[in-house]
Each structure stands twice: as structure tokens, then as C-alpha cells.
Design a binder for this molecule. Structure first.
Ligand SMILES: [Zn+2]
Length: 452
């Protein structure tokens, strides 16, 4: 359809008089068809193609969207699954004591709470808009950059049953049908989780279970039926989400069998207790392992390397979110050599993300072959450089700066949009300094499974 044809139609709105009634009917049909071709077809085409400078076109049935949302405060990812089932993984809103500019700035700014920004983002991309509920809320582990630090400044919910911070802020505004974490119902592994943040979260769960029909479950390693398509699973048989690990237990690959990675006298840390899962959609595969560790000091107990334990049963993936934000204790060589990600997504919010060693391993062609691209939610914010020098020394700081500047993207919300069926996908970076949802760059399409 060319613009000249559309313009021509506009210039000749009426049929010649000698055509008569049949001619007029025919012309009417042609006009309807032309209107469709000129208006509807470009609209449909425009909808499916993200365009730099324009807002991200809406999700459509069959697509799988994974949004790594950047509000500068930790991890939060919105999943819109092929049948419109929705899942929020983490709602990081960390508050911590660090020197100025060590952590990334709040985004879009500090005029709202992080949980409010997350809520507004979810409203914009939920298939049901502002009326949409989240089918699943998942907390990878109990740290503020994944669930929201509670402080004296955190306001009370209208119910006065809990304070609003991170996941409780989002869940107060958007109904969450099923909440899944690593601690339900006792929150006593590896020891009682008795702190203000977890206690507030438990108050939130109790209130919503009683007043809003929220289901609450403990994430169970090995299961393939805990997070499922809720709307039309029969239409998308190629979709599967497999629970890989939690609380130091790792799926063996056989039925529901799991193996504990830790001896009783040295249970996993909070980070190593993280939930890990693999999502598949046709040939497309994605991994997220929260803040799992894989690089440990030379004389530390070897079981504290969780990444190696989850790698083989996970297998190659197209896209992964770097464990522990790409901090120096993550992304070991064995893990990367097995997962072989085409796309690395880093949820960066501190000067220490990523460590230079992690960056070198991600890019190393002797760890795995083939092309790969790095996407970061935050890059070189004002005041970060002196912290890079303090952390890594002048040479590595300079090298890291070059890598950040040369990354596929180093600022924005990062959206992986998988085409219906999962054969290919794009990575789309969105503006994060305002709520325009404007596309900053489009990468791909990439062929799924090409790294496997
Ligand atoms: Zn974290």
C-alpha cells in the first residue's frame, strides 16, 4: 500500500456520474477496501513493529514480553505470557546507606515511591490495562532490592495492616492472585526471618489472603506446573516454566526429584536461597536465578557455588538475567559456558554492577563461542566514576567505562519481545527518565535457539 494510492483516493471521493448505481456500489466497496488498506493495514503493521521514537506497540496474544523495569532501585520484571497471564518477579525498592552517587539515581525521579512507579509501569503494559490483576507475584529472595525496604517513611496502607514498600506497595494497588516466595508458610529457613521487612510482607500476605482471596505458595524446585498459563494454556503448548532451584535445592532433571547442595551445618545464604527458573516458549529459552552466587573465594566451601549446580540442568538459553546484578560473585565460567546466552540482561543499580571480571567472562569467546550482546538498565550515571576507580582501580574503571559505553544498551527499561511461537525475538530498550514508554533502540530479530 503506497501513500500515493491513499492520496489518490482522497482526491477522487466520488465515482463518475455515468457509472450508475452498480458503479456506485462497486466504487463504494472499493472505497471501503481502500480505507481498510490505507488505514487498518498500516496500523496493524505499525502495531507489530517497534519504532525508535514511538511508544512500544502493545503486547498481542501469542507474544511473550519480558520487561526488566528500571526504577533505579533493584530488580523488577513484568512477564506478559503468550495468553495474557501476567507475572511480576520482584519489586525492588532498596533503601540503604551508601556514599552519594554509589547507587543509581531513582527513576524517573524521586517524586513518587518506587512501588508507585512500578505500579504505573504495570498499568501501562498489562493486557487489561489499569483494571488488570497480576496472576502471579514472585519474590526471588528476601532482600530490599528485590522486595522493598521498609522504613519509618514507608506510609501505611489504607487498611493500616501493613506499610507500603516495594511488593506491598504494588500489591496494595494491583490485586495479586497468587503470591509465590521461598519462605511460605513458616519463613524459618535457614533460620527464622524475623525482620521488619519480612514481618511487614507477612502482614500484607495475611491481609490479602483474608480480604482479597490471595493464594500464597512456597516455590518448589523441580515443579513444572506451579507457574502456568492461566487463560488459554491449550493454545500455547510450547510454553513451559520449570522451577530449577530454591533454598539450596536443585532440580535433577528427573520428574520432581531435587538434590540439596548444602550440608546441614552450612545452609545457604539469603542470596544462594534465591528462586531460579527456566522459561521456554517453543525454541526460545530464558533463565532467571535471582542473586545466586557462582564465584567464591578460593578456600570457601565449594557448595557455596550454586550457579554450577543449576547450570547443567538449565542448559543453553537465549536470554538470561545476570545473577546478582552481575556482581563479582556471579556468572562463573562454567555457568556461562553451559547457558551460552545470546543476550545478557543486567539489572544494574550500584557502582559495583557489573564487576570487570564478570564483564570479561560475559564477552569471552573461549567460554562460549558466537555473538552476544549486553544490556544494562543503568550505565554511567553522574558521580559513578570515582566509585568505579575506588572499587576496581583506574585501569579497570576506564576499561569498564568503555565496555558500558560500548554495550548494546546501558540505560532504560529492557524489553524482550518474543514473537508468537517463540521462533524469534527482539530486545527493545525504552525510555526510563519519563513515562513516555518511548523506544530508544530495537535489537534483532534474533533467531531463538541459535546459541544452543
Ligand atoms: Zn539483589
Amino acid at each position: 500500500m503506497t501513500n500515493s494510492m491513499c492520496r489518490e483516493r482522497e482526491q477522487n471521493p466520488l465515482p463518475p456520474k455515468h457509472w450508475g448505481v452498480r458503479g456506485a456500489v462497486l466504487t463504494g466497496l472499493v472505497r471501503i477496501l481502500a480505507t481498510f488498506l490505507c488505514v487498518a493495514v498500516p496500523a496493524i503493521m505499525a502495531q507489530s513493529q517497534p519504532t525508535v521514537g514511538e511508544p512500544l506497540p502493545p503486547w498481542e496474544p501469542g507474544m511473550l514480553d519480558i520487561h526488566q523495569i528500571n526504577i533505579g532501585k533493584g530488580d523488577a520484571a513484568l512477564f506478559v505470557l503468550p495468553d495474557g497471564t501476567t507475572m511480576l518477579l520482584d519489586a525492588g525498592a532498596t533503601v540503604r546507606d551508601r556514599p552519594p552517587h554509589y547507587d543509581a539515581p531513582p527513576l524517573p525521579d524521586d517524586s513518587r515511591r518506587p512501588g508507585e512507579w512500578l505500579t504505573r509501569y504495570i498499568h501501562d503494559f498489562h493486557p487489561d490495562g489499569e483494571d488488570g490483576a497480576l496472576d502471579y507475584g514472585v519474590i526471588s529472595h528476601f532482600h530490599g532490592d528485590h522486595m522493598g525496604t521498609v522504613t519509618d517513611d514507608s506510609p501505611l496502607a489504607e487498611s493500616e495492616a501493613y506499610r507500603l514498600a516495594g511488593i506491598t506497595d504494588v500489591g496494595n494497588a494491583i490485586p495479586i492472585r497468587t503470591m509465590i516466595d521461598r519462605g511460605w508458610p513458616d519463613y524459618d529457613f535457614p533460620e527464622p526471618l524475623d525482620n521488619r521487612m519480612v514481618n511487614n510482607y507477612r502482614d500484607f500476605l495475611a491481609w490479602h489472603a483474608e480480604h482479597a482471596d490471595m493464594d500464597i505458595e512456597r516455590f518448589e524446585a523441580g515443579r513444572g506446573d506451579q507457574i502456568v498459563l492461566r487463560r488459554a494454556p491449550e493454545d500455547y503448548p510450547g510454553f513451559a516454566l520449570r522451577n530449577i532451584a530454591v533454598n539450596g535445592e536443585v532440580w535433577t532433571g528427573e520428574d520432581l526429584e531435587v538434590r540439596n547442595r548444602f550440608p546441614e551445618h552450612d545452609p545457604p545464604s539469603e542470596n544462594n536461597s534465591s528462586i531460579a527458573f527456566r522459561l521456554r516458549y517453543g525454541p526460545f529459552a530464558y533463565f532467571n536465578g535471582g542473586d545466586l552466587n557462582g564465584v567464591i573465594p578460593e578456600h570457601a566451601p565449594k557448595w557455596r557455588d550454586m550457579e554450577s549446580a543449576v547450570a547443567w540442568v538449565t542448559g543453553p538459553v537465549d536470554v538470561h538475567a545476570l545473577n546478582h546484578h552481575g556482581f563479582r560473585d556471579a556468572a562463573n565460567s562454567f555457568f556461562l559456558s553451559v547457558l551460552q546466552p545470546r543476550i545478557h540482561i543486567l539489572a544494574v543499580y550500584a557502582a559495583s554492577h557489573p564487576g570487570p571480571g564478570v564483564m570479561r567472562r560475559m564477552m569471552a569467546e573461549d567460554i562460549y563461542t558466537g555473538p552476544r550482546d549486553v544490556f544494562m538498565t543503568n550505565g554511567l550515571w553522574d558521580g559513578r566514576r570515582p566509585h568505579l576507580v575506588d572499587l576496581f582501580g583506574e585501569d579497570d574503571a576506564e576499561w569498564l567505562e568503555e565496555q558500558i559505553e560500548g554495550a548494546a544498551a546501558s540505560q532504560g527499561h529492557i524489553v524482550v519481545r518474543v514473537e508468537p511461537g517463540g521462533e524469534s525475538y527482539r530486545v527493545i530498550v525504552l525510555e526510563d527518565s519519563d513515562e513516555s514508554r518511548r523506544v530508544l533502540s530495537v535489537h534483532g530479530p534474533f533467531e531463538s535457539g541459535s546459541g544452543a
